[in-house]
Design a protein around this ligand. Structure first.
Ligand SMILES: *Cc1c(COP(=O)(O)O)cnc(C)c1O
Length: 387
């Protein structure tokens, strides 16, 4: 166990990591901090070879105390696939798709929820609640089912049926809300105390971030000990973007890399683009996005508590933020399927659409190593593809 404490991302105040926590007193996300010097003695690239292939291979920099009691469906360890036909199609020679759709429950939410559920179980939690725009609910339902814990899932009532059905099938309690994920979050906030639920909203507990950061460690291994020049990430709550940014800092402290970083590009839907709007305005945090709409459920997030952390990572990495329309997303989701054989979530199509706009503008060169995150499977979004 190398986890040493939690730290407020706003004030730096420290918290005891053996207790359960949501936000800090300043209302900001708590970040997990480790004894990195000690972790570095065994967590070395050369030592990784014979290890388990899921995300727990980086266990020194993960919160779990006892690996023998892990609740796991083998999340993480996803393939990085070179999109070789993007050369003929788009003149892009080195585009790679990090295919998160092969995770348990069909999205990278499995990484975050596995880490969060395990950490909470180790601290005595047995009842969970979550607001979700789609995939997070399915992931919580699966890990709760495996652990024999209770899952209470709040989702907008217009979320596509697949997201609701998979939760109910796993025995979760699903509450449909006439509103957006932010309204679902409010409901969870109102009900959690009286029901004894632990709220695993993204970034409102410290460990979903720890699960998603493992994508950063995996990229380092998959690029043979280096990082790509550009990462395009479909952004809702921003956990993966902030998580990978944290992973890169940790990897520098571990002595794996130097100060070089990929340019982090946040991609959002034109119908819900609070981070893009804030980025364009040069703001440090985002404003609530009114009337959020997009078929990419994972991007229908009008406000994110980690907005300032995302904007900081984008700025420090020399990256940017860009929005694409639903039509563009769906067109390029089909392009990914046609050119790579991966059936992506619309969020995956969004990053390809964004990459091509940035290439057009001269912001991405044709020979740079670019990673597109396909964060989920297309199978849960059949209505969107049908339209
Ligand atoms: C949740 C989700 C996202 C957004 O992820 P964040 O890390 O919360 O920004 C993107 N794509 C899919 C498919 C998702 O389920």
């Amino acid at each position: 166990m190398y986890l040493s404490h939690l730290e407020c991302s706003k004030t730096g105040k420290t918290y005891n990591a053996s207790e359960v926590h949501n936000l800090s007193e300043a209302g900001a996300p708590l970040l997990a901090r480790y004894d990195v010097d000690r972790a570095a003695q065994t967590l070395k690239p050369v030592n990784l070879k014979g290890r388990r292939t899921d995300m727990w291979r980086y266990h020194e920099m993960m919160p779990q105390r006892d690996l023998n009691t892990l609740t796991t469906l083998a999340e993480g360890g996803t393939p990085l696939r070179k999109a070789v036909r993007f050369k003929e199609a788009y003149g892009m020679e080195n585009v790679f798709i990090k295919d998160e759709s092969v995770n348990p429950t069909g999205s990278f939410k499995a990484r975050g929820l596995s880490a969060a559920v395990n950490a909470a179980l180790e601290r005595g939690v047995t009842k969970f609640a979550i607001p979700t725009a789609g995939n997070a609910g399915g992931a919580l339902a699966a890990y709760a089912a495996l652990a024999g814990a209770e899952a209470n899932i709040f989702m907008p009532k217009d979320t596509p049926a697949a997201f609701r059905i998979e939760c109910q099938s796993a025995g979760a309690e699903v509450v449909l809300i006439d509103g957006l994920i932010s309204d679902c979050g409010k409901r969870v906030g109102e009900l959690k105390e009286k029901n004894g639920w632990f709220d695993v909203s993204t970034l409102k507990e410290p460990y979903r971030l720890e699960g998603k950061k493992t994508m950063g460690y995996e990229l380092f291994e998959q690029f043979d000990g280096s990082l790509p020049e550009v990462i395009l990430y479909p952004t809702g709550g921003g956990t993966g973007l902030i998580g990978m940014w944290k992973a890169f800092d940790e990897m520098e402290q571990l002595g794996w890399i130097g100060s070089e970083r990929p340019r982090m590009i946040s991609v959002q839907a034109a119908g819900c683009a609070p981070v893009v709007k804030a980025w364009e305005a040069g703001a440090e945090k985002a404003e609530y996005w009114n009337g959020a709409h997009t078929c990419a459920s994972g991007l229908r997030v009008p406000a994110a508590v980690g907005d300032f952390l995302m904007l900081r990572a984008i700025r420090e990495s020399n990256g940017s933020a860009i929005a694409v329309t639903d039509d563009e997303m769906m067109h390029f989701s089909n392009e990914i399927a046609r050119l790579t054989g991966i059936f992506p979530a619309p969020e995956g199509g969004a990053v390809l659409a964004a990459m091509l706009k940035l290439k057009e503008k001269g912001d991405i060169a044709s020979d740079e190593r670019v990673v597109l995150f396909n964060t989920g499977s297309g199978y849960k979004y059949l209505e969107a593809f049908q339209r």
